[in-house]
Design a protein around this ligand. Structure first.
Ligand code: TMP
Length: 229
């Protein structure tokens, strides 16, 4: 990012970051999309602007959730039934909502989540084959009233995504190209059917380019809607 861009953001950010107060924002996308890098950069900007923020990741984010994460991602668990898998992601989420997200939202904090139910809809739904209605029914139990206001999807083609993954693949990353193609399409379909809640970012560029696009897109979204709902 050049000096002019940095200067422009430092001022423009103050406006739209402030509009994130009390909201619930999810960063999501296929493995290798670079979402976690963007998540960290975004967190730093939000924190430096003085907006109270609670940062969580899925699966995990609580001591119980982190143990569920280990079970879910262990390559030795290749016999895991799809319904077991979906319910374990939801179990981790229920704990996260009860112990981290609900208290933060009730205290008026911004919640910034690295993955959420949009991942279950893409991975266990679009790619795995569990019907959307079933996932949403279980989601209602896990989430209660705590649904995100904004879901940012980092979209990336398979070749770029594969090149970004470390060679030590976890159980989900090992599922193969066809599965991950469906995951990507699952995210894009969600965004298409709920364009007010979702924002798709082209994540093929380098980290600086993607961060620029992310900030511009969120600022534009607020300019259009006037708030984060
Ligand atoms: P991470 O690599 O972003 O930490 O996510 C862990 C893996 O779990 C990733 O491959 C996506 C997958 N996942 C699901 O399949 N369903 C879900 O509901 C969530 C939250 C993640």
């Amino acid at each position: 990012m050049n000096a002019y861009r940095r200067f422009r953001y430092s001022h423009a950010m103050a406006d739209w970051v402030d509009q994130l107060r009390g909201g619930f924002v999810v960063f999501d996308g296929p493995d290798g999309s670079g979402k976690s890098t963007q998540f960290r950069r975004f967190m730093e900007h939000v924190e430096s602007s003085g907006v109270p923020v609670c940062q969580v990741r899925e699966p995990g984010g609580t001591p119980i959730g982190e143990r569920i994460r280990d079970v879910l991602l262990d390559p030795e668990h290749d016999g895991m039934d799809l319904r077991c898998e979906m319910l374990l992601y939801m179990a981790s989420r229920a704990q996260l909502v009860a112990h981290r997200i609900a208290p933060a939202q009730d205290a008026g904090e911004l919640v910034l989540a690295d993955r959420f139910i949009s991942s279950t809809l893409a991975y266990q739904g679009a790619a795995g084959g569990i019907p959307v209605a079933d996932i949403l029914r279980v989601g209602q139990i896990a989430l209660g009233k705590y649904w995100p206001d904004l879901v940012v999807v980092f979209d990336v083609d398979e070749q770029t995504a594969a090149a970004r993954l470390s060679p030590l693949l976890d159980r989900m990353e090992q599922k193969g190209a066809d599965y991950h193609r469906l995951v990507r399409q699952g995210f894009l379909d969600q965004a298409q059917s709920d364009p007010q809640r979702y924002l798709v970012i082209d994540a093929r560029g380098d980290a600086d380019e993607v961060f620029d696009e992310l900030c511009d897109a969120i600022a534009r979204r607020f300019a259009e809607s006037g708030d984060h709902s």
